[in-house]
Design a protein around this ligand. Sequence first.
Ligand code: GLU
Length: 369
Amino acid sequence: MRDLGNVDTIVIKVGTSSITGGGNKVNEAFMDSVAAQVKELRDDGKNVLIVTSGAIGVGLAAMNAKPKPKEVPIRQAAASVGQGILMQKWNESFEKQGIIISQILLTYDFYSDRENYLNLRNAIQTLLSYGVVPVINENDVICVKEIDAMFGDNDTLSAYVCSKMDADLLIILSDVDGLYDKNPKIYDDAKIVSTVDDVSKVLHMAGDPTTRVGTGGMKTKLKAAEICSESGSNMIIISSEVPDGITRAVKGEEIGTIFLAGVKERKKSRWIKAAHAKGTLIIDSGAAEKLSEGNVSLLAVGIKDVVGRFERGDVVNIECSGKVIAKGIPDYDSDDIFKIRGVRSDRIEAILGHKSYNDVIRSENLVIL
Ligand code: GLU
């Protein structure tokens, strides 16, 4: 048995193939079963949030459209059709349990804006305090980037929700049984890994997205596990076909794969990591080496170039030899950094006519990736 006795807030992510049972229609029995299990968890005093996929898949089926996987406008349109159907179905399932649900459509960008995020958090906390189960999806109708699979998969989204809401557990219900030690499509003797205590050691085991309607695959699930681990949450992948999989997993039964929580990173670091970078600072290898030692600031002298325009306080990427190695929040805007790039800190005032800080990014505002 796994010890999940302390779990208080749970995020449940439901994949497209689970919602549609791999076919064209919504699998109502499955949604009913999720709602019934959520009721059980709620009766047990847990807070539950749902992250649901399926808007695009359900919408495509309703419109009888069969676009190529990356045909974006039709997927946007399908999301617009499917999201309503999806919520109607969730509502029917939860109504049977006497549970009120709410719809929240998110964009990746909201993570870059701390104020938005705090407002959202307040809204979610209020919903939970009224016993409502928030049902979250990406706003695929307007977030083209998101549908284009660059950022947009609900595995990652659910992990960010887990991290932001300080949830203790993310359960991913999927069409896979968990993480296999080798490719089960090739090797008959492939086995499920029951426990992963360090996700960085299994990142190489990720395959590519498996289904056409959904966008996630093992790769995105492992990325989700990394985000959860850094936010001090456990993550479990189980097949949506396991009867009562959610409640059994929460009780500690060894089904699927559990990725154990790591040491909780500071909230600010997690936020910087998740935020959209507004620009890039290109630094030299000496500065990169210094940064990798940890707990140091980024000085102007190590900066070779500035890409993009950003304000003081925006999040930027820090890049060396074509690789983003860190992210941070500078204390100067892009114009000023451009003027002081490559110079020693004692010359900043002479160049800019003012000097807010010795460092371009203070150590507390820096995260090494
Ligand atoms: N948000 C998409 C949808 O509702 C699915 C994204 C995913 O499969 O990860 O259709």
